[in-house]
Design a protein around this ligand. Structure first.
Ligand code: PLP
Length: 350
């Protein structure tokens, strides 16, 4: 697919911001960026040089993650959370007031919010009853101005993986960017789409450090995609989008990645324990299978249940107003102690 044909004309023609350090790397007498050469007011962490702007090419982050995933550095781009990348993709490919995106619902709300912010029309279509891609529905709304189809696997809030074959078929069929958000992929035993990237240059995989890695406060996400797409992302991003403290945190986290693996094992174990418990309750009509770090449950009076839990200081998400999610609450899998407290509370309510 010719990616350039999908990119907005003004972005193709854009001359990106440049800095002197695009042509100079290394230590020197840095008098090019109006920084404070005397030092920083925050000196708690030695060697961080917070008085200097960070590397705009994201070389440190790209090196760490390319080794971790065995993908090339040139296929990686980092954003301030994956939310920033969602916004950038819309800005790159969608002409405001003219182009549109397709968002199969129910799914994560930010794809629609980012489209609305950018004045890009959203074609809401529904997933099937088992929350898979409905090709008929997509075909009905797809047109030559459809630039992006947003998918999420495992899907938030339904928790299921999308069929890999279906995603591949969409990439094959449509001359558009297919974004697959894999924010929760670490909690699934199978199902990531890295292999498919080799076949489809219109596929973009989104990942985040906010979930399994426990770094939601750091705000770091990334995408893996064809070099042509990555190059345009670099062109449009704010020059220094990923700050030095975030980079420091990521490098330290990777020295500790066995802890992440331990978290994943514990969360999956707790997820299954909680699922088994909830399934015994008469008031719970269904507990959906989950490949993520949350459970979706269906009950008779979700708003009341949410309110009663909140009165006990337990906060869960009411998703019952989303299409196909009548009666549904989404419950994040907590620590063992939190899940015990939730269980004590909810069994009394239901
Ligand atoms: C599917 C999905 N994608 C992305 C995000 C946000 O990721 P980040 O924290 O990297 O912006 C979330 C957060 O809940 C999510 O559910």
């Amino acid at each position: 697919m010719d990616i350039k044909k999908l990119v907005r004309k003004n972005i193709l023609e854009l001359k990106p911001y440049t800095s002197a350090r695009d042509i100079y790397e290394g230590d020197g007498i840095l008098l090019d960026a109006n920084e404070n050469s005397f030092g920083s007011t925050f000196t708690e962490i030695e060697g961080l040089n917070l008085n200097r702007y960070p590397d705009p090419h994201q070389n440190d982050l790209r090196k760490i993650v390319s080794e971790y995933l065995s993908v090339s550095k040139e296929n990686l781009f980092f954003g301030v959370g994956s939310d920033e990348i969602i916004d950038l993709l819309i800005r790159i490919f969608c002409e405001p007031g003219k182009d549109n995106v397709i968002i199969p619902e129910p799914t994560y709300g930010m794809y629609k919010v980012a489209s609305d912010v950018n004045n890009v029309a959203v074609n809401d279509v529904l997933l099937t009853d088992d929350f898979q891609i409905d090709f008929g529905e997509i075909e009905k709304v797809y047109n030559s101005n459809t630039k992006i189809i947003f998918l999420c696997s495992p899907n938030n809030p339904t928790g299921n993986l999308l069929s890999k074959k279906d995603v591949a078929a969409l990439c094959e069929k449509y001359n558009s960017i297919i974004v697959v958000d894999e924010a929760y992929i670490d909690f699934s035993l199978d199902g990531n789409l890295l292999e498919e990237l080799k076949k489809y240059n219109n596929l973009v995989i989104l990942r985040t450090f906010s979930k399994a890695w426990g770094l939601a406060g750091v705000r770091l996400g990334y995408c893996i995609a064809d070099k042509e797409i990555i190059d345009v992302l670099f062109k449009v991003k704010a020059p220094y989008n990923i700050n030095t403290l975030t980079r420091y945190a990521l490098a330290k986290a990777f020295m500790n990645s066995n802890v992440k693996d331990e978290y994943i094992r514990s969360i999956i174990k707790e997820r299954e324990r909680l699922k088994n418990q909830l399934e015994t309750l008469n008031g719970v009509e269904k507990v959906f299978n989950s490949d993520a770090n949350f459970l979706l449950i269906k009950c008779r009076q979700p708003k009341e249940v949410q309110k009663k839990l909140m009165d006990k200081g337990i906060i869960v998400r009411d998703r019952s107003s989303q299409p196909k999610l009548e009666g549904c609450l989404r419950i994040s899998v907590g620590s063992q102690e939190e899940n015990d407290l939730l269980w004590d509370a909810i069994k009394k309510i239901l």
